[in-house]
Design a protein around this ligand. Structure first.
Ligand code: CAA
Length: 380
């Protein structure tokens, strides 16, 4: 068993760390406060190849492995989870989905622009009444021969306002249940497609989350991904990989909070010594460090599974479940270690605590991950 990162992986990790320090850290508090999308930062991440990391270079991607992607997600998320979620959705849910299941024409038309970051994409599964219960799609895509007519509402869509391309899951034939669902490529500006107001969120406030409305939007048949009825499986398969990205995001949030808490505890003095010398604080740091390391191995293992061609449905669910809990626990303790300073924005840990929460919710709540895990271990 070899836990060593390759030279290339270490260089990519270093590049992401530098980028996060030099480009994401400046203004991160202000972007969070104002709910300002990191437009410039996303453009630069596209130039660095972070938006199409695993895509084949022939479609404009970086051709890297999933472990490298997880390393980048971790480093970016230590500083700015609002920016890293853009990277995660574009890489895992949009680019990967199109590359794995799109046809050559769709790849040439859409993937090449998405992988370079020229445009970004969004993945639209959740609805007002279909979040965890994803087979209960109310959005319809009625088959009209050479096109579909799309009607319905999608909720909490990351990149909702800034995306140019939307992968929309919709029900074509209700009698067929989940086998009657399709995944369609929808372009911004199509007639009848409206973007709702931006959500005012607890965390990842710099990211751009909207509801979307489709009113008789005409979608050409060539925009369907895969065979008729493949849409639900498309969503499930894509989300399995997405969960590696979000698990890596959670890991990064935890590691970022821990690094700040460690530094602070070596500087801040109370009762005549640095607070790191008090066992009450030192034991918190020991727990944080141990849990982060355990989360790291779950995340890297799942990324490695994907790179090896192993099934990663179980490992990605376990990685997301555990890493998101560690992110939440670590960020809360980091605020506690900072005391009064932890409660004000300047010290960053309160933002990391708010950002941590979403990792237990999106791309499948922790409860959904437990369904995936328990089914996997009891049915096999
Ligand atoms: N890969 C391939 N197929 C899969 C699969 C997978 N990982 N998981 C399920 N399927 C297939 C099943 O095999 C089944 O097909 P067959 O009938 O042909 O065997 C079909 O899908 C239905 O599966 P289930 O019977 O297991 O369906 P279910 O209704 O019990 O639900 C679930 C399964 C795991 C709970 C699923 O609904 C789920 O994952 N829900 C959560 C959805 C989610 O993650 N939403 C996040 C929104 S996206 C987001 O957050 C993006 C963002 O902006 C950041």
């Amino acid at each position: 068993m070899d836990f060593t990162l390759s030279e290339e992986q270490r260089m990519i990790q270093e590049a992401a760390r530098d980028f996060a320090q030099n480009e994401l850290l400046p203004g991160v508090i202000e972007r969070d406060e104002a709910q300002k999308f990191p437009t410039e930062q996303v453009k630069k991440m596209g130039e660095l190849g972070f938006l199409g990391m695993m895509v084949d270079p022939k479609y404009g991607g970086s051709g890297l492995d999933t472990v490298s992607y997880a390393l980048v997600m971790e480093e970016l998320s230590k500083i700015d989870a609002s920016s890293s979620v853009v990277v995660s959705v574009n890489n895992s849910l949009v680019c990967w989905g199109l590359e794995a299941f799109g046809n050559e024409e769709q790849k040439q038309k859409y993937l090449t622009r998405l992988a370079t970051g020229e445009i970004i994409g969004a993945f639209c599964l959740s609805e007002p009444e279909a979040g965890s219960d994803a087979t209960s799609q109310k959005t319809t895509a009625i088959d009209k021969g050479d096109h579909y007519i799309l009607n319905g509402t999608k909720n909490w869509i990351t990149n909702g306002g800034t995306a140019e391309i939307y992968l929309v899951i919709a029900q074509t034939d209700r009698d067929k249940g989940h086998k009657g669902i399709n995944a369609l490529i929808v372009e911004k500006g199509m007639e009848g497609f409206q973007i709702g107001p931006k959500e005012n969120k607890l965390g990842i406030r710099g990211s751009d989350t909207h509801s979307l409305n489709f009113n008789d939007v005409k979608i050409p048949k060539e925009n369907r991904i895969g065979e008729d009825g493949f849409g639900f499986k498309f969503a499930m398969k894509t989300l399995s990989g997405g969960r590696i990205g979000i698990a890596a995001q959670a890991l990064g949030i935890a590691a970022g909070a821990y690094e700040l808490a460690l530094k602070y505890s070596k500087e801040r003095k109370a009762f005549g010594t640095e607070i790191a010398n008090h066992q009450a604080i030192a034991f918190k740091l020991a727990d944080m460090h141990t849990q982060i390391e355990a989360a790291r191995y779950l995340v890297y293992k799942s990324a490695w599974d994907k790179d090896q061609g192993n099934n990663y449905d179980l490992s990605s669910a376990m990685a997301k479940l555990y890493a998101s809990q560690v992110a939440m626990d670590t960020a809360i303790e980091a605020v506690q270690i900072h005391g009064g300073n932890g409660f004000v924005k300047d010290y960053h840990v309160e933002r990391l605590m708010r950002d941590a929460k979403i990792t237990q919710i999106y791309e499948g709540t922790s409860e959904i991950q437990k369904i995936v895990i328990s089914r996997s271990i009891t049915r096999n």
